[in-house]
Design a protein around this ligand. Structure first.
Ligand code: HEM
Length: 438
């Protein structure tokens, strides 16, 4: 149980598929978080929390269409990332730089706005904002909304700490006074821009292009910024940690990239040319399998009672998918603890997004979720990860940090502990060196 909600934690992908894809019509709801209600004053709860209705459908269709159009700007952001982290050859924590790359891509896609460095006040404001909002989606905040109100006042100090008096008010103030002004500025800039952007497309679809009423846009913008920034950045960070102690793997990828460059007058491969770099694609997938970015995906909720394998699953049941267990299945992934990109080499033709829409036995991995709620930004995330990997490995060797005596301090999945957030699990702060190749 989670509060008063029956909860199924699913570790078997076939079961997850039956429950969340075959029965997706009744298992694709989300838990409605009351503390966000004031922000969603006209009952349009964005993308992540919305029931799978017409408004949600419009958002899901409009988003990816626009995002695909914008992918060329990713290349510049990825190049800037690789230049920034390899500028000194010294120990560096790449996480803030990765967060900026992800954030820039989302902001550029939404509105044409971008941050100029990790010192840029806009970057600091946006990342603080994201951190605080994510805190409010923490399991303990959800739990507090589900326990009986009389019990809530007794357990609150133990669960949220003695300083938290009124959770609803605290969250309301964050949405009203921090997030809303930020989103309004983004919306106005986007609508004033001469360029196509996602805000314009959403405003055309939802408000028939009229200006002045944006309450139904803000929750969607909020979701895209929050769901898209940490996830992609942390996935790349875990990948770089893993390959930093594997020079032979990096060399194979670099050989592929160099060959492409030599055959294409010095230019690097684009995402749609990924078949030319199969070892890179396979390695990315192996890194993603070894360390999923979400521990339990995003919770689905049953919209009504339904029967499954002779059991009645009650309305309101929560479904969580155990991403770590699923990606360690020894039948699908023989010797699952072994780092072996070769296991994905016959699956590199399809993008991860395409594979996620295949039959369960043909899926390569499950990190982008299930059925109707499948990650709407998967294509964008893959594109971004591809560009950052290509630019970085073309320019640099990723190497362990050095201590004061010049000895290597390897960062690995064992030495860098996971920092589990409410949804995304990133690495605790770590350092690597990005050494320019000749
Ligand atoms: C590697 C990066 C990413 C990972 C691992 C990831 C993972 C996920 C997962 C597990 C879900 C829940 C699926 C389900 O409920 O079954 C999800 C949903 C979602 N993701 Fe992503 N995501 C990533 C990148 C992105 C990006 C870049 C964006 C935005 C551009 C994005 C936007 C969303 C949204 C809006 C939803 C909610 C969709 C809905 O509820 O209908 N994600 N993602």
């Amino acid at each position: 149980m989670t509060g008063n909600k029956p909860t199924l934690v699913i570790a078997d992908p076939y079961m997850a598929h039956e429950l969340l894809v075959s029965n997706g019509k009744v298992t694709s709801n989300r838990f409605h978080n009351n503390d966000r209600h004031d922000f969603q004053s006209n009952n349009t709860p964005g993308l992540i929390l919305s029931a799978p209705d017409k408004y949600w459908n419009t958002l899901r269709k409009t988003g990816p269409r626009q995002l695909k159009k914008m992918t060329p700007v990713l290349r510049n952001e990825a190049r800037e990332f690789a230049d920034a982290i390899s500028s000194t050859n010294e120990n560096i924590n790449p996480t803030p730089y990765l967060l900026r790359t992800s954030l820039n891509f989302i902001l550029l896609t939404l509105s044409g706005v971008r941050t100029t460095s990790i010192e840029d006040p806009l970057f600091k404001k946006a990342t603080d904002m994201i951190k605080t909002s994510i805190l409010y989606t923490d399991f303990k905040y959800i739990f507090m909304q589900l326990v009986n109100p009389s019990l809530a006042s007794v357990v609150r100090p133990f669960i949220l700490g003695s300083n938290t008096i009124d959770v609803k008010r605290e969250v309301f103030k964050h949405y009203e006074y921090i997030l809303k002004p930020f989103y309004l500025e983004i919306i106005e800039k986007a609508l004033d821009s001469d360029q196509d952007n996602l805000v314009k497309a959403l405003n055309d679809e939802i408000n028939q292009g009229k200006r002045g009423y944006y309450n139904n846009l803000m929750p969607a913008i909020h979701d895209i910024i929050h769901a898209g920034t940490d996830t992609s950045a942390m996935t790349i960070a875990w990948g770089f940690i893993q390959i930093s102690t594997m020079p032979n793997i990096q060399k194979k990828i670099q050989d592929e990239i160099d060959l492409f460059v030599s055959k294409h007058e010095g230019r690097l491969p684009q995402f749609w040319e990924r078949e030319a770099v199969p070892y890179l694609i396979a390695t990315q997938r192996e890194c993603f399998r070894m360390r999923p970015t979400t521990d339990f995906g995003v919770i689905h909720e049953a919209a009504e009672d339904f029967e499954w394998r002779g059991n009645i699953i009650p309305s309101g049941t929560f479904f969580m998918t155990n991403m770590i267990e699923m990606h360690m299945d020894p039948v699908k992934y023989p010797n699952p603890l072994e780092f072996k990109p070769e296991r994905f080499l016959d699956k590199t033709k399809d993008s991860m997004f395409a594979s996620a829409n295949h039959k369960i036995e043909e899926r390569d991995q499950y990190n982008f979720g299930w059925g109707r709620r499948l990650c709407v930004g998967a294509h964008l995330a893959e594109n971004q990860m591809f560009n950052v990997w290509v630019e970085t490995l073309y320019k640099c060797n990723i190497m362990p940090a050095l201590n004061k005596n010049g000895h290597e301090l390897p960062a690995t999945l064992t030495t860098v502990p996971p920092n589990s957030g409410p949804v995304v699990t990133g690495p605790h702060p770590f350092e690597l060196r990005f050494i320019r190749r000749n």
